[in-house]
Design a protein around this ligand. Structure first.
Ligand code: NCD
Length: 322
């Protein structure tokens, strides 16, 4: 695997391989010395054109734990603010012998361009492009669900038979798109819940169920894993607003509160990719409660990104060197 651009590109076996290697990586993170020599001498550039806390720090941590050198690039303060193109930015990185480019970009498809336009030989990993894809997020979500819901020894397993519900701003969510692709590839049944204004045109062709009413969905398709999405206010205001009548109404109809939490199956878990709007799509009680695995998602993100960097940058097919 040279690049990771979309969850859609992953076969079931490839996805399981990444999750299994992520489990091995996670085991190394419990040691006193967390660093492995695997990528010593290689350079990873984090090329982030959009804001990020978790994803950028997670990729940086993952690369450093594998002993790579990490360069963090942000357009503010770079020549991008002078109008330099994506192409020239990438050519510049290539001239400095970058081995991998982790890219987050506001334009859907930018990572694909970087990988396939002949601008660089580096491995390209998509860390979120526009409203399109965020494959490492869906991998860390799958790792978290597999650990909690697929028995005590998840290695080698897929998500067969799980009911996964994704609620909220699907329209703007690359997390939802990647999730639908990956979770269905892994054998889960996915249900989306959102107001019609926050569902993309063509969602009826996606391999998942769709509900407009959250309480009806919770009754009729009770989830093993419930993923709440952030209301992406920045993308809404850029589009002129008007996606729902008021925040109060959104919370009443689509928010995860104590009553909805109490109605979940006993074993069900609650996920959120972060950053959360506490009080809008999720109450603090739900975010911090016993069913929440939100902090674990962040920890698993490091392990998944170590696995992805390892597999892409070493071209490895097999096991992790100890
Ligand atoms: C998500 C993103 O940026 O797509 N966050 C993340 O990577 N953890 C979701 C979001 O911004 O709502």
């Amino acid at each position: 695997m040279k690049h990771l651009l979309s969850a859609q590109d992953l076969t079931r076996d490839q996805a399981i391989q990444i999750l299994d290697i992520a489990e091995e990586m996670a085991a190394t993170q419990a040691r006193e010395v967390k660093k492995l020599p695997t990528l010593r001498g290689q350079t990873v550039v984090n090329l982030f054109f959009e804001d990020s806390t978790r994803t950028r720090i997670s990729f940086e941590t993952a690369a450093k734990r594998l002993s790579a050198d990490v360069i963090n690039f942000s357009p503010k303060g770079s020549s991008v603010s002078k109008g330099e193109s994506l192409k020239d930015t990438v050519l510049t990185l290539g001239a400095m012998h970058t081995d991998a480019i982790v890219v987050r970009h506001y334009a859907s498809g930018a990572p694909y361009n970087i990988a396939h336009a002949g601008w660089t030989d580096a491995c390209v990993i998509n860390a979120g492009d526009g409203t399109h894809q965020h494959p490492t997020q869906s991998l860390l979500d799958a790792m978290t669900m597999r650990r909690h819901l697929m028995g005590p020894t998840p290695v080698g397993q897929d998500l067969n038979g799980l009911s996964i519900m994704i609620v909220g701003d699907v329209l703007h969510s690359r997390v939802a798109r990647s999730g639908v692709d990956l979770f269905t590839t892994l054998g889960a049944k996915v249900t989306l819940v959102a107001p019609a204004t926050l569902l993309p045109i063509g969602v009826d062709t996606w391999p998942c169920g769709v509900y407009y009413d959250l309480d009806q969905a919770l009754r009729e398709a009770p989830p093993d894993a419930l993923m709440m999405l952030r209301v992406q206010k920045e993308r809404m205001s850029a589009a002129g607003g008007g996606f729902f009548p008021s925040p109060q109404e959104y919370t009443r109809d689509y928010g995860l509160d104590e009553a909805r939490l109490a109605a979940l199956q006993r074993h069900a878990i609650v996920l959120h990719p972060g950053p959360m709007n506490r009080g809008l799509e999720i109450t603090s009680g739900a975010a911090d409660g016993a069913r929440s695995v939100i902090v674990e998602q962040v920890a698993n993100g490091v392990a998944v990104r170590m696995a992805v960097l390892y597999l892409t940058m070493t071209g490895a097919k097999g096991k992790v060197a100890a």
